[in-house]
Design a protein around this ligand. Structure first.
Ligand SMILES: CC(C)(COP(=O)(O)OP(=O)(O)OC[C@H]1O[C@@H](n2cnc3c(N)ncnc32)[C@H](O)[C@@H]1OP(=O)(O)O)[C@@H](O)C(=O)NCCC(=O)NCCS
Length: 163
């Protein structure tokens, strides 16, 4: 069973949206608004400054996905790549699909001189995902994530900022 990893294209839009909705439901018991996720994934697929998606395929079927975003680190004079929107179809879990996605992204990041490491955040009670990340060599960073979340603004149109 060969697992192939490729960068996602516009044709993957609907599948990525479905997986993000399933991911939120499964890992955080959250119901996402499809139109919002559709617009968000479409924007991410179009603009590499926003994000890059990778999908895993077995045969012709897409069975897993992740999104990579970047964060500039002034302390390290380089980038951290964030791994987000991690999802593997239930029927294909525990067969190394995420491991293949992770290794692919890690090797791309390592091949670039300006990437200082990989990061992700995970819901604190998501034991299976945490075990997976630890198996793959990641360590808890010691940071605690704080936020102000403004869900009521999710569907506001983006405004172009002219400088
Ligand atoms: C977490 C998730 C992405 C893992 O994907 P997967 O394809 O099943 O993982 P893999 O088969 O590639 O496993 C990778 C490693 O983690 C280990 N692992 C996987 N699931 C595990 C579990 N439940 N408990 C302990 N270890 C686990 C595997 O044994 C493997 O270790 P190895 O490389 O030493 O053999 C998948 O379970 C998933 O989509 N979960 C629902 C969505 C979710 O929670 N996403 C993460 C949000 S942050």
């Amino acid at each position: 069973m060969e697992i192939r990893i490729r960068q996602a294209t516009g044709d993957d839009l609907e599948g990525i949206v479905d997986s993000n909705i399933a991911l939120a439901r499964e890992s955080e018991a959250k119901v996402l608004r499809r139109a919002t996720v559709l617009a968000g994934v479409r924007a991410g697929l179009k603009d590499p400054k926003r994000s890059t998606y990778f999908v895993a395929e077995i045969g012709e079927e897409v069975v897993g996905q992740t999104m990579v975003t970047t964060e500039w680190s002034d302390w390290r004079n380089g980038w951290f790549w964030w791994i987000q929107s991690v999802y593997v179809d239930r029927a294909h879990r525990d067969r190394g699909v995420f491991r293949a996605l992770y290794r692919h992204i890690r090797s791309l990041a390592r091949s670039r001189g300006d990437v200082r490491g990989l990061r992700l955040y995970v819901e604190k009670d998501n034991g299976p995902a945490i075990s997976t990340y630890v198996h793959l060599g990641m360590k808890a960073s010691g940071h605690v994530l704080y936020e102000e979340d403004w869900p009521d603004r999710a569907d506001r149109p983006h405004r172009q900022v002219h400088r």
